[in-house]
Design a protein around this ligand. Structure first.
Ligand code: ZN
Ligand code: ZN
Ligand code: ZN
Ligand code: ZN
Length: 150
């Protein structure tokens, strides 16, 4: 019997030239089984039995540089992260009231803005972009209508 996810994550890290340390593996596993982007403090909380805050912070930075996780702008003062890989580029719709986050499974931008951005700025490369949509989810919209006291 092969235990899928452990070996995959180890291979993923080695592919990026990183050692499969327990902190890095635990971080990637955590983000893989969580359906929404996690705040840094939530990651530290979830992993505190296995490792310490400084190690988690370092692992986040290393995995971000390696392109294995990416920052999602939720409109909070703190950072949120989710798993990232080359084929998983996508955008989000985020509820401003409850933080419900829906992953849009494709890119809503064509390839052309990148070309024109390169041309306009004279940048050597543009490696990526991020774009999130903010609004009110159905539940929050309903709750606002029904609980209009105070
Ligand atoms: Zn947050
Ligand atoms: Zn909501
Ligand atoms: Zn996402
Ligand atoms: Zn996109």
């Amino acid at each position: 019997m092969t235990k899928g996810s452990d070996t995959d994550i180890g291979a993923l890290l080695r592919e990026k030239g990183l050692k499969a340390t327990s902190a890095r593996c635990a971080l990637l596993e955590l983000l893989e089984r969580t359906e929404r982007p996690l705040a840094t403090f939530e990651i530290v909380d979830a992993l505190q039995s296995q490792t310490n805050q400084a190690t988690v912070y370092r692992a986040i930075e290393q995995l971000k540089s390696a392109g294995l996780l990416r920052r999602v702008e939720m409109g909070h003062t703190h950072a949120h992260y989710e798993r990232n890989d080359e084929d998983s580029h996508h955008h989000h719709v985020i509820c401003r009231s409850c933080d419900k986050t829906v992953h849009l499974d494709e890119c809503t931008l064509s390839k052309d803005p990148k070309k024109s951005a390169l041309k306009k700025t004279g940048f050597h490369t543009i490696e990526g972009h991020s774009l999130e949509f903010y609004g009110t989810c159905e539940d929050c919209a309903k709750n606002n209508k029904t609980t209009r006291h105070s």
